[in-house]
Design a protein around this ligand. Structure first.
Ligand code: NAD
Length: 473
């Protein structure tokens, strides 16, 4: 998983941290404390397979930082899982949460299995046993450490976790807040599915609204009319494409694992998905041209390139041929450090993954708050707002003698439901995070790129927290 083969994944995170730390004034000891993983729990437990054999499972939970509680981070099921990877991912979670002002420390979990090799019953047993091990060592809980989905896990696994936790902690009123990414019926929140793609859109839109930044890139402000290329039409790519198109951009190319399709007038992501449902692929979808190679998509002339599939797809080899003005890292680690250097020289703006794809963890925070408050967002105020809006509109119409049209009426009267509020909270989060990072970059032009500016922002926030807490004697 390392983006730089000389270093382990955790070491390369430390390297990026050190590069940014040079632009801060914090005491070396505080910086060392921030970098370290505070607690690493490595476990082994037996599981009886469906054929009666016993298998020993290797699993981890890492709590990188408790400068805020609880810790937060997904659980990954993959046969690539190892301690170094979980430590690296846990530290990235600390920095990601700090950047988007989500008041959690970083955590991450992993179980070294390929979920495809196990039956649903076996997966349930493994997940429940893992949860029980976390409970035994006090490594999970709404105020301690709150996992979420990651590679190979989803709402189903989160439902098993909350059920196991609640049954081992009878009477714990906040038990639902021990994990996020749950199905709605189990305490999940509306708006989680599209959160990461929507966050990508909000972040890039904010960058595009910055006049000075756009001027440097030779672009006009705003999203309207911008050309966009998206790599990967999975959860993140699909929703990114959807929000860009709905807001006036032209998504001219979408690439998938088996090919890339193009239309200079713009593609519609739903039409491609419907076509893929019928045929198994987006290739040859009506009104599209197939590119010679799927990788060519990355090198097309466009304003915004959104890699939303895999890591390391833009590297020292192809970065010199990238023609996009802005790269929005929707995936984790799509650009290598070599690519970063080339973008700096060529004046291409790379908006970093660490905050741009933080929509998932931001909405996880909203889910946790919902669980602690025991009430659905919007339940208390929706009807009140609608009644008030009806009254105000009635007064205005009465005084002016004019009537607004039905579409405007519906918009004005509408009181916010859970999804509206979650989207609005995410919008606020991404706008604020973008502005904070850009401000740091502007204040110190020696900072080479936006990724480093994002790290500086994270370091400053975590260090301030440690400094203000005081170090325990
Ligand atoms: P996903 O599995 O839903 O989608 C990935 C898509 O990429 C699939 O459709 C796949 O066919 C396609 N793909 C695979 N290889 C490709 C290739 N060579 N060229 C073009 N397309 C290819 O996964 P996702 O949840 O959308 O995640 C995508 C990326 O975003 C990952 O890096 C993930 O870590 C990151 N991410 C996801 C979330 C989230 O909330 N889902 C949050 C943060 C970061």
């Amino acid at each position: 998983m390392s983006s730089n083969q000389q270093y382990s994944f955790f070491q390369s995170v430390e390297k990026s941290f050190d590069k940014a730390a040079k632009f801060t004034k914090w005491d070396l000891g505080i910086l060392e404390q921030i970098k370290a993983c505070n607690s690493v729990y490595q476990m082994r437990f037996p599981v009886k397979r469906d054929d009666g054999s016993i298998e020993v499972i290797e699993a981890y939970r890492v709590q990188h930082s408790q400068h805020k509680s609880p810790c937060k981070g997904g659980i990954r099921f993959s046969d690539e899982v190892n301690q170094d990877e979980v430590m690296a991912l846990a530290s990235l979670m600390t920095y990601k949460c700090a950047i988007v002002n989500v008041p959690f420390g970083g955590g991450k979990g992993g179980i070294k299995i390929n979920p495809r090799n196990y039956s649903t019953y076996e997966l349930e047993k493994i997940t429940r046993r893992y949860t029980a091990e976390l409970v035994k060592k006090n490594f999970i809980g709404p105020g301690i450490d709150v996992p979420a989905p990651d590679y190979g896990t989803g709402p189903r696994e989160m439902a098993w976790i909350v059920d196991t936790y609640a049954s081992l902690k009878p009477g714990e009123i906040d038990a639902a807040g021990c994990v996020t990414g749950k199905p709605i019926t189990q305490g999940g929140v509306r708006g989680r599915t599209e959160a990461t793609g929507l966050g990508v859109f909000f972040g890039i839109r904010e960058v595009c609204n910055m006049e000075d930044v756009m001027k440097k890139l030779g672009l006009s402000t705003g999203i309207q009319g911008k050309t966009v290329v998206v790599q990967g039409i999975g959860n993140v790519g699909y929703h990114s494409a959807k929000f860009f198109r709905e807001n006036g951009a032209k998504v001219i190319c979408i690439s998938e694992h088996d090919g890339a399709v193009y239309n200079v007038n713009g593609l519609h992501e739903d039409e491609l998905i419907a076509f893929r449902k019928q045929t198994g692929s987006i290739i040859n979808a009506p009104g599209t041209t197939l590119l010679a190679k799927k990788e060519d998509a990355l090198e097309l002339e466009c304003d915004i390139l959104i890699p939303a599939a895999l890591e390391n797809v833009i590297n020292g080899e192809n970065a010199p041929r990238i023609k996009a003005k802005i790269i929005g890292e929707a995936a984790n680690g799509p650009c290598t450090p070599e690519a970063d250097e080339i973008f700096n020289q060529r004046g291409i703006l790379c908006v970093p993954d660490m905050y741009l794809n933080a929509g998932g963890v931001t909405v996880s925070y909203f889910e946790w708050l919902k669980n602690l408050s025991h009430v659905r967002y919007g339940r208390m105020e929706k009807r009140f707002t609608e009644n008030l809006n009806t009254h105000i509109l009635g007064q205005i119409e009465g005084l002016t003698g004019k009537r607004v049209n039905d579409q405007e009426r519906a918009f004005i009267m509408h009181g916010p439901d859970e999804q509206d509020l979650v989207h609005s909270g995410l919008e606020e989060t991404m706008i604020t995070a973008t502005r904070e990072i850009m401000e740091i970059w502007k204040e110190n032009p020696a900072i080479p790129d936006m990724r480093t500016a994002a790290y500086v922002n994270a370091i400053n926030k975590v260090a301030t927290s440690y400094a203000e807490l005081g170090i325990f004697p």
